[in-house]
Design a binder for this molecule. Structure first.
Ligand SMILES: NC(=O)c1ccc[n+]([C@@H]2O[C@H](COP(=O)([O-])OP(=O)(O)OC[C@H]3O[C@@H](n4cnc5c(N)ncnc54)[C@H](O)[C@@H]3O)[C@@H](O)[C@H]2O)c1
Length: 283
């Protein structure tokens, strides 16, 4: 199915980034929130991404304006009647997602595809209550979506093949790399990532290594753009811990991140967003 117009519901950290990626590909996209301040912040964030592209000489000011004009920010469902694909990016709470998705479905044409950007909730469970769960799937973008190329495409039990294929085509169309994954706790990327983080944190504890030295060594190796501690701070230590707990419940203790991270969270040090995590952040 060709997507002529898209929508993103939730203009927060992920929603704004996803809407920017869609607009950069030349598709019109509605960015909807329930909170005017959040919507304003989301739109400002998108403008900032385009401004940086202009500064770096990757597009002209005129091109940036034209792309930004493809994003329509709004607080209601106006214009949803000809949206082909909508991506839900509201907070990671099952009940909230279910009720927002029912609302979205009621405002879309019957042929439309609906996706969730959930990090960890089972797609099949979120789909409960939808009239057409066959048209529902997971499209899991990573933060920051404007930079990260990979998108996990996750079918739930009721998702039909055409919807998965359309999801894959859509992701390719917005110049991202789709990876089809099975519905399972952590999907693919978070399982790999969390297994790696847990292993490094164990080595730090057992061998008495210094986080800053580990980060420097990883960055110097070229294996990853940043080391595991800087990454955990960027993700949010509380978020990393939540994901780790989900994975521990499903696969066992090897996904445990250790006591040091639990201690930092207990002290209110939740990573970059709180000004302090493994590192201190100012400004
Ligand atoms: N932050 C990340 O690094 C990351 C990465 C991948 C996936 N995710 C997933 O993406 C989703 C969104 O996460 P986020 O970090 O962007 O959250 P966020 O809190 O930054 O943004 C959520 C937005 O949803 C809005 N919202 C709440 N209720 C709404 C409703 N009824 N209708 C419309 N908008 C509503 C909020 O006002 C807010 O702007 C979650 O499922 C999360 O697990 C997050």
């Amino acid at each position: 199915m060709y997507v002529f117009k898209a929508a993103v519901i939730g203009a927060g950290t992920m929603g704004a980034e996803i809407a920017q990626v869609i607009s950069l590909s030349g598709l019109p996209v509605i960015l909807k929130d329930v909170d005017a301040k959040q919507l304003e912040r989301g739109l400002k964030h998108i403008k900032g991404i385009y401004a940086r592209r202009v500064q770096r000489g990757r597009m002209t000011e005129r091109e940036a304006e034209d792309h930004f004009a493809l994003v329509t920010g709004q607080l209601d469902y106006q214009g949803f009647s000809d949206v082909d694909l909508a991506i839900e990016a509201v907070p990671e709470k099952l009940d909230l997602k279910r009720s927002v998705l029912r609302e979205i479905e009621a405002n879309l044409p019957r042929t439309a595809i609906i996706a969730t950007n959930t990090s960890a909730l089972p797609v099949s469970e979120i789909a409960e209550g939808l009239e057409k769960p066959s048209r529902f799937l997971g499209l899991h973008f990573f933060f920051p979506a404007s930079v990260m190329r990979l998108v996990e495409v996750i079918g739930g039990q009721a998702t039909d093949q055409e919807t998965i294929d359309s999801g894959v085509e859509f992701v390719e169309g917005i110049r991202r790399i789709p990876v089809r994954v099975k519905e399972c706790p952590g999907f693919l990327v978070n399982r790999v990532l969390m297994a790696g983080l847990a292993e490094v944190f164990r080595a730090e504890r057992d061998l008495g290594l210094e986080p800053a030295r580990i980060d420097a060594a990883v960055a110097a190796s070229g294996l990853a753009p940043m080391g595991p501690y800087a990454l955990a701070d960027a993700l949010g230590l509380d978020i990393a811990q939540e994901v780790s707990q989900t994975l521990q419940a499903a696969y066992g203790e090897r996904f445990a991140l250790g006591e040091r991270i639990a201690g930092l969270i207990a002290e209110g040090k939740r990573g970059a967003k709180s000004g302090q995590g493994f590192y201190t952040y100012t400004g």
